[in-house]
Ligand binder design. Structure first.
Ligand SMILES: Nc1nc2c(c(=O)[nH]1)N[C@H]1C(S)=C(S)[C@@H](COP(=O)(O)OP(=O)(O)OC[C@H]3O[C@@H](n4cnc5c(=O)[nH]c(N)nc54)[C@H](O)[C@@H]3O)O[C@H]1N2
Ligand SMILES: Nc1nc2c(c(=O)[nH]1)N[C@H]1C(S)=C(S)[C@@H](COP(=O)(O)OP(=O)(O)OC[C@H]3O[C@@H](n4cnc5c(=O)[nH]c(N)nc54)[C@H](O)[C@@H]3O)O[C@H]1N2
Ligand SMILES: [Mo]
Length: 765
């Protein structure tokens, strides 16, 4: 490309970029029908002062050595040369390994990092810890799908198939008659896909379906959770009550004989036990529309009418990830499968259960017919793990007991935390508690591109390259375009690739050759590409050489047919293609889960009253959802993210009536607070939000007004100072960050400055 633009890819899409005259320009891919504007965070971010220029060590760690310290997040830093940083860190890694073993290292390192397959930070750190340290304590599951990824295998037998090979956008556009979307399918969310996608198809698919006459019904607190193109009807139920609503829908269907009894008998296990709960035979309370009305805030007649509309139609029930990122998050996921079963829709084209469709761009598509280029991670010699969102519990209660998926387990005793490619001070709940947890360990190591709050809470801060500063391969399992990600700009300051940092450490620990296998980064790309080209050749498809691929910048891969996945196969032949559940059927009652005897996750879908509901002192639901103008906390210092803020603060939305009751007006700076913490935000009034709800997206960087305080006010608008750090249930122990209860008031004081993007103080030793 002669104009200097070179191909690259990111979680927000495929694009090309050019660095010229000290300025970065980005262009979305010409073939993308609905490009993602989040790429516009790149230009301002690449050379922003928030980038980290040199390796840094926390002053207190340098002066006093490794050890528990409440100074993390409070001390200044000392700039050191790379050689010294790596020597000191290698010595500390050896000390921990020799005196405590690799089981004292937490290397879960959860996070989205960047899109390339080789510089994938989690693969790099896990490979390093396995090969050079003998292993590490890992984390399982995700913040995305903590509850669903544990309950779905018990109930439907296949989580991966449910999300990655199920009802597609093509089917929805062609066949669905009603899409009942719990939590919606916000375009802001499907704009994102790990690994990068080249075509954002969701808006077009919803538009085609609506034009064909398909009705979209949105259940959720925000009208914007379905795009205008879907022309949706909005059912604004109280957040966290979807299970009660679905129970009442099923109750109406069953008592009016509108359910598919034949489907239930042929494909489902345990209906009678559930039915007795549904009809109130077990507890004297039928789960009917009148029962659900005060719980959900909807009229009983509206609920019953909705149920009747679903009968006899090709219905797709979708449940967003968000519903399960809350206390008892297992229940709406399970209940959604049950509702789709009672309607007899599972396995039909454009019908059934589209769990998480639209939550991330890689769902609802055809899958590639060639395997992903993946860096091998070696063998982890440590068996211990935690459910990912239990990190603060683990650090605060070493050897403490907890329940998970039917087992009583104990937390490991962690001495060293090593993070690359994630931002726990973005993603974790109750950040003030997380600060106390991070104070417990001997040493915290973070690789970062920028001064995130996680970097500020580390002892070793190692500056790494941003994706634009290195070469990689872009690939997503359900997008046919493989991208040769060219280097666009030189590394910032002294930043190194994660790979080079780990190579340097591995060398010092005596495992350099094992880690690098003698390859530099370019040679690794050729090696990874080899797997793809061999697989193409096996299928009789001529594969370009690596050099040809690199020159062309892209390669279109073959894809598998849209076959409806395991649920279609199960519907077609429930014996030959039985589900991987104990009964081989959809488990409406699970005797396995019942046998765990955890009261917060009984043996069938159940309405369980939340313990963090609204209350005096915290009368509003806070919906802390995904941000529209960035991916999580990434490049929050870029201009697309900054432009959406007001006076530098994240924007919170609220209904005018709730605002008036508090004497608030549009544009006010507000203080959101509860017993855990407080943050500032700028107020936006809208009637597109349910009464009693305030929405503040995640991702504004934690910015404590005074880091010396125990529970400082976040002046920027990070909702995770407010959220509660408890698991979804004893079954899955998933993240519950989506919903919590707060109060809001006008902030009257002088507005403190935003300092999150100014590097912390550093000086000579
Ligand atoms: N309250 C609340 N909290 C939530 C959620 C919610 O709904 N509500 N959602 C949750 C969900 S679903 C998720 S997935 C998590 C997301 O949490 P994270 O994935 O931790 O968030 P990111 O901001 O994507 O963090 C990635 C970090 O990696 C850095 N990075 C990027 N590229 C590289 C690289 O090449 N190398 C290295 N070393 N670093 C790199 C970025 O600068 C960034 O700091 O948040 C969760 N938190
Ligand atoms: N732009 C952008 N897109 C993203 C991300 C991002 O950071 N930025 N993150 C990506 C990641 S890692 C993930 S896992 C997905 C997450 O996908 P989701 O978890 O589905 O996304 P959220 O935006 O958190 O929530 C979707 C909507 O659910 C609604 N909601 C909240 N609580 C309830 C409830 O109790 N009931 C009902 N019916 N609705 C409720 C909210 O109005 C919210 O807007 O998003 C992905 N997409
Ligand atoms: Mo996520």
């Amino acid at each position: 490309m002669d104009d200097g633009f070179k191909p690259h890819s990111s979680h927000w899409g495929v694009f090309s970029a050019r660095w010229q005259n000290n300025a970065l320009e980005v262009r979305s891919d010409a073939n993308d029908p609905d490009p993602n504007l989040i790429v516009n965070n790149f230009p301002g971010a690449l050379r922003h002062q928030a980038r980290i220029a040199k390796p840094m060590i926390r002053r207190g760690w340098l002066e006093r050595g490794a050890g528990a310290s409440s100074r993390r997040g409070r001390d200044g830093f000392v700039a050191v040369e790379w050689g010294e940083a790596l020597d000191r860190l290698a010595a500390e890694l050896l000390r921990v390994k020799d005196s405590h073993g690799p089981g004292a290292v937490f290397g879960g390192s959860y996070g989205w990092a960047s899109a390339g397959r080789f510089h994938h930070a989690q693969s790099q750190i896990h490979r390093f810890l396995n090969l050079s340290m003998g292993g590490f304590v890992r984390s399982v599951n995700s913040y995305s799908a903590g509850a669903s990824s544990v309950i779905v295998p018990h109930v439907l037998g296949n989580y991966h198939g449910l999300t990655m090979n199920n009802v597609t956008w093509e089917q929805l556009a062609a066949h669905s008659e009603i899409v009942l979307a719990f939590g919606g399918m916000a375009l802001k969310n499907s704009m994102i896909a790990g690994g990068g996608i080249s075509q954002h198809v969701e808006r077009g698919a919803m538009q085609r379906a609506a034009e064909r006459g398909c009705k979209f019904l949105l259940v959720g607190p925000l009208r914007q959770d379905l795009p205008d193109e879907a022309a949706a009807e909005w059912i604004s139920a109280i957040p966290g009550t979807d299970t009660a609503l679905m129970l009442a829908l099923v109750h109406t269907l069953v008592t009016e004989g509108l359910h598919d009894q034949a489907f239930i008998e042929r494909y489902c296990e345990g209906w009678p036990v559930f039915q007795s709960y549904l009809l109130g035979k077990a507890d004297g309370q039928p789960k009917d529309a009148a029962w659900a009305a005060p719980i959900t805030g909807l009229a009983a007649e509206e609920i019953a009418a909705l149920a009747r509309r679903l009968h006899g139609k090709r219905v797709l029930v979708t449940v967003a990830h968000s519903l399960q990122r809350a206390e008892h998050g297992e229940q709406p996921v399970w209940m959604g499968a049950l509702l789709a079963s009672v309607l007899g829709q599972i396995g039909l084209p454009g019908g059934g259960y589209g769990y998480a469709l639209g939550a991330i761009g890689y769902y609802g598509r055809r899958n590639n017919a060639v395997p992903s280029p993946t860096l091998s991670q070696g063998h982890n010699g440590v068996a211990e793990f935690i459910p990912v969102a239990r990190i603060a519990d683990m650090l605060l209660n070493p050897r403490g007991h907890y329940r998970y998926d039917g087992e009583t387990r104990s937390y490991p005793d962690i001495r060293l935390i090593y993070w690359a490619g994630g931002n726990p001070f973005h993603h974790h709940q109750d950040i003030n508690r997380l600060r106390r947890a991070f104070a417990q360990v001997d040493t915290v190591v973070v690789h970062e591109i920028a001064w995130t709050a996680t970097a500020r809470h580390a002892d070793f801060v190692l500056p790494v390259t941003m994706t634009l500063e290195r070469e990689d391969i872009g690939y997503s399992a359900s997008d046919p375009l493989m991208v040769a990600m060219h280097r666009i700009a030189e590394p910032f300051g002294e930043a190194k690739d994660d790979y080079d940092v780990f190579s340097g450490l591995a060398q010092r620990l005596g495992s350099g050759d094992r880690f690098t296998e003698g390859r530099d980064a370019r040679e690794w790309l050729e090696h990874l590409y080899d797997r793809t080209s061999k697989s193409l050749e096996l299928q009789g498809i001529p594969a370009p050489s690596f050099e040809e691929f690199w020159e062309a910048g892209r390669l279109t891969l073959p894809q598998k047919p849209d076959d409806g996945g395991f649920l279609r196969a199960f519907r077609d032949d429930p014996v030959a293609h039985g589900l991987k559940t104990p009964s081989g059927k959809i488990e409406i009652f699970s005797s396995t889960i019942a046998s765990f005897e955890d009261p917060d996750c009984p043996g069938h879908p159940t309405w369980l009253v939340p313990t963090d509901g609204t209350r005096p002192g915290a009368p509003l639901f806070l919906v802390a959802n995904q941000p529209a103008t960035r991916l999580h906390s990434q490049l929050d210092f870029g201009s697309h993210s900054a432009d959406a803020k007001w006076r530098g603060r994240e924007v919170a939305s609220m209904h005018p009536h709730d605002a008036a009751a508090r004497g608030l007006t549009d544009g006010d700076i507000i203080r959101l607070f509860n017993e855990r913490g407080a943050c500032l935000a700028a107020l936006r009034l809208t009637t597109d939000i349910r009464l009693g709800v305030v929405q503040l997206p995640t991702g504004a960087w934690y910015d404590p007004v005074d880091p010396e305080e125990e529970n400082p006010l976040c002046v920027h608008g990070n909702p995770n100072v407010l959220t509660r750090d408890v698991g979804t249930s004893a079954l899955a122990q998933g993240c519950t960050g989506q919903l919590t209860a707060v109060e809001v008031e006008k902030f009257e004081g002088n507005l403190p400055p935003i300092r999150a993007f100014i590097p912390p103080s550093s000086g000579p030793p």
